[in-house]
Design a protein around this ligand. Structure first.
Ligand code: SF4
Length: 305
């Protein structure tokens, strides 16, 4: 007898969000004008990207984001389990060991690799939950992806960094992982995992949600990451979805509706734009990339063709 499939993680994360679309209070007056003024300052300071989609960067785009922006990127969620419980986490609860590709539930790594091959992807993120809770499977997947796609595929591992050690970093590299995406908002912006990873990987990138009240801490982290030789700080717009709605209560929507089933949180976009502006004005070598809810809906439209 075949086991019935669980609703995929994407279905839980996004489709259930439909019923909660208006979970945030309306946007505060004046936020649109503030955003427009910041965009003008960024243009004058030489920001790159696609302002129309709120997809902006200061120097260069991360390698893994380039195919993704063309609709040629995907991810494999290794597990939804995690050793942390961040308030902004959008993964549904209870956190299961379910594996999925591009939001479709898969039962084996082999099935996952074949699904990715069918999608014709050029970059893959191995994510979670915390994927390193399944370290052996991560290594097996990276090897299988390298065998199937060769060197041309970009493989990034998304991790909160808690479980990284020198032997783990070395084995990830040997298995074919191209680079790391560290969510250091999970550990309160401690750059220690980036410091150890940069001894092994050339591409160590930090990817965090832009929590408006943490702007000062993010700016401090930016300087530390530059000193470590990290190439990119990737800022996501903080958003509320069905999974994290209760813990986002009290925050406001940003007032610009993206074609998505989650809502950007007011102040996050402005804070991200201010970090970009500060990086440009300080002539930072590290590139800051802002991936907004506007970017996400743009990518989703491109992936649908
Ligand atoms: S570390 Fe990542 S997966 Fe884990 S709870 Fe935080 S945001 Fe969610």
């Amino acid at each position: 007898m075949t086991r019935p499939r669980q609703p995929s993680e994407a279905l839980q994360r996004y489709a259930l969000g439909l019923s909660r679309e208006r979970l945030l209070a309306p946007a505060a007056k004046g936020s649109g004008a503030r955003r427009a003024a910041l965009l003008r300052k960024l243009a004058a300071a030489g920001v790159k990207g696609w302002p129309k989609h709120l997809t902006l960067f200061t120097k260069s785009l991360p390698m893994g984001c380039r195919p993704c922006l063309r609709g040629r990127g995907s991810n494999l969620v290794m597990t939804l389990k995690c050793n942390r419980d961040c308030f902004f986490c959008f993964n549904p609860k209870p956190r299961t060991a379910e594996m999925s590709v591009h939001g479709r539930s898969v039962r084996s790594l082999k099935e996952g690799v074949e699904l990715l091959a069918g999608l014709g992807v050029k970059s893959v993120g191995i994510s979670g939950g915390e994927p390193l809770l399944e370290k052996r499977k991560v290594l097996a997947l990276a090897r299988a992806l390298r065998r199937r796609f060769g060197r041309s595929l970009r493989i990034d591992l998304y991790t909160n960094g808690d479980l990284l050690s020198l032997p783990v970093l070395r084995s990830l590299k040997a298995a074919g992982v191209s680079g790391l995406r560290l969510n250091l908002a999970a550990n309160g912006y401690d750059p220690a995992p980036a410091a150890s990873a940069s001894g092994v990987f050339k591409d160590v990138e930090v990817e965090i949600p832009m929590i408006p009240e943490d702007k000062g801490r993010v700016l401090a982290l930016l300087g530390q990451l530059e000193e470590l030789g990290c190439r990119h700080l990737i800022l996501h717009e903080l958003f509320a979805s069905a999974a994290n709605a209760a813990r986002m209560e009290g925050r406001r929507a940003h007032g610009r509706r993206a074609a998505l089933t989650w809502s950007g949180v007011a102040g996050s976009e402005e804070a991200a734009l201010e970090v970009l502006l500060a990086a440009l004005r300080a002539k930072r070598k590290i590139s800051v990339y802002y991936c907004s809810t506007g970017t996400q809906s743009w990518i989703a439209r491109r992936a649908r063709g």
